[in-house]
Write a protein that binds this ligand. Sequence first.
Ligand code: ATP
Ligand code: MG
Length: 449
Amino acid sequence: MRLSQYFLPVLKEVPKEAEIVSHRMMLRAGMIRQQAAGLYSWLPLGYKVLRKVQDIIEQEQNRAGAIELLMPTLQPADLWRESGRYNDYGKEMLRIEDRHERDLLYGPTNEEMVTDIFRAYVRSYKELPLNLYHIQWKFRDEVRPRFGTMRSREFLMKDAYSFDLDMEGARKAYQRMFVAYLRTYWRMGLTAIPMKADTGPIGGDLSHEFIVLADTGESAVFCHADLLDKAIPSIDTNFLGDLDPIVDDWTSLYASTEEMHDAAEYERSVPADKQISARGIEVGQIFYFGTKYSEPMKATVTGADGKDVAVHMGSYGIGLTRIVPALIEAFHDDDGIIWPVSVAPFEAAILNLKSGDALCDETCEKLYAELQAAGIDTLYDDRSDGAGAKFATADLIGVPYQVILGPRGAKSGEVEIKHRRTGERETIGIADAVSRIVGLVVPERRDTV
Ligand code: ATP
Ligand code: MG
């Protein structure tokens, strides 16, 4: 992308309404625009990050055997009357009446609708296990939307729903999502720790929240420090095999949200020098809730013995539009965002320090063409602005690697490569710049391990 032809409305002023760093930086970097309380437009730069987050989630869901579909944002109230949640959900649910006076709602979650799809088509235990997911906008009329897209009213969520014949099958489905989640957040560069959690309005009796530690997080959490640098299951993980060892390993160390916290157990099982009592951001939650929806909604299958049984279900959410600010909370400095390569809006930027100079332009154009041909997602700052503005923009929007070229380098045949994360700078021959960038970027994509 040529920056002169892009839409990147960067702000010079620090927006006053934003209380936390990620919200400030998303506004300053031209990633989002607030349209009303808790409603945001995703501007091109922000949307590019969101799409990368989405791609990773889809790849890992598919790898774990979940199947993608798409359900509508609006749902008929009658489905929710069947489960009994229409009245229970309260004011967080946005209720709508259409021209025929039929009650609709803007879905805050999709247990009812996916259960309706399941019961319409699935008859036999032979069609199980099944896990269906979608990535769709949700609406919850939060009392206090805040922190930008961290807690908004409309937000993008991945929600998966598993269907199994019995509890043992459902436990395995839960484990597949547990492992998929570990991989998903790791691929984005995030350290998200699975913690015992309360089930809330989704219901059920087994749940984990995936928590990214951050001072600005809204949850109080407690965990064993060793969870912070535990190895993540590899791409070769066999999701059809036994996942007990992985899940047992992760759940054997203490990790709990405040709601489920057992202070005595924490003190007993975690040595004092390993105790972490901190704040965190909930970037996902998984639930097993048995037949809570399948029973009232009559989602049954015929078992091997010819008898009909209500299926055992679980649901598995990830907040995409919350992950983006969570990433910024985790990765920034005073100058701006520091994206991990796997979710960066651009993997590399070319900074032409003297646009209009024939040799600079020619050299940068060539680098731009070669980087793109090498598959590097590249931003070319070809604007006529001064060098200072170009450095500031590249740092603010957090491009991991900057290829910097001025008139002197163009003449001597050298560029500078700046590593955004470490601040390290290396001078390298122009002919070697592309392979150097490829060598830096490709392993950090985390898409093959
Ligand atoms: P919270 O406790 O933060 O209100 P929740 O537990 O009600 O969230 P879930 O039903 O577990 O949310 O939804 C799955 C995921 O969707 C959450 O883990 C979170 O990442 C995301 N999410 C939930 N509510 C919001 C919101 N208002 N804005 C942005 N993301 C959200
Ligand atoms: Mg939750």
